[in-house]
Write a protein that binds this ligand. Structure first.
Ligand code: SF4
Length: 118
C-alpha cells in the first residue's frame, strides 16, 4: 500500500511516496534529503507537532502570553496540552524563552514564552 504526503520539515515541501506494505520496513521516495525519510516514518508511526497557544497573565502589561512547546509532542496530546494552558495563570514579568510549564504531560518538553510581558 502506498501513502502520499508532503514533507513539512522545510519550505521545499517535497511530495513523498511511502510504501507501507511492511510497517517495519517503510520505503520512502520523493525526498530531496534524508530528513524527508525521517519525517515520513515519524508521521506514519508516531506523528508529532510543535504546539502553540496562549496563557492568562496576572499583573502584567498584557492579559495573554503566547507560548509554544520547546519540541514537538505526540499529536494525540495536543488537545490535553491546550487544556492545560487554559487551566494555569502565570505571573508577570515574563521574558521570551522563560519556561512556563515544565514537562508537559510527562513528555519531557516544556511550554516556553514567545512574548515579553512586563
Ligand atoms: S525532504 Fe528534505 S528538502 Fe524535501 S521538504 Fe523534507 S526536509 Fe525539505
Amino acid at each position: 500500500m502506498i501513502k502520499e504526503m508532503i514533507c513539512i520539515s522545510c519550505p521545499m515541501g517535497c511530495h513523498l511516496s511511502c510504501d507501507i506494505t511492511d510497517m517495519n520496513d517503510i520505503k520512502v521516495t520523493g525526498n530531496t534529503c534524508p530528513r524527508g525519510v525521517l519525517y515520513a516514518k515519524d508521521e506514519l508511526t508516531q506523528p508529532k507537532r510543535i504546539v502553540t497557544g496562549s496563557m492568562r497573565v496576572v499583573g502584567g502589561n498584557k492579559a495573554m502570553l503566547s507560548v509554544k512547546t520547546s519540541n514537538a509532542i505526540d499529536k494525540h496530546l495536543i488537545f490535553d496540552s491546550l487544556r492545560l494552558l487554559n487551566e494555569i495563570k502565570v505571573n508577570a514579568p515574563i521574558h521570551i524563552g522563560d519556561v512556563m510549564i515544565e514537562n508537559v504531560l510527562g513528555t519531557g518538553v516544556n511550554f516556553v514564552a514567545t512574548k515579553e510581558i512586563l
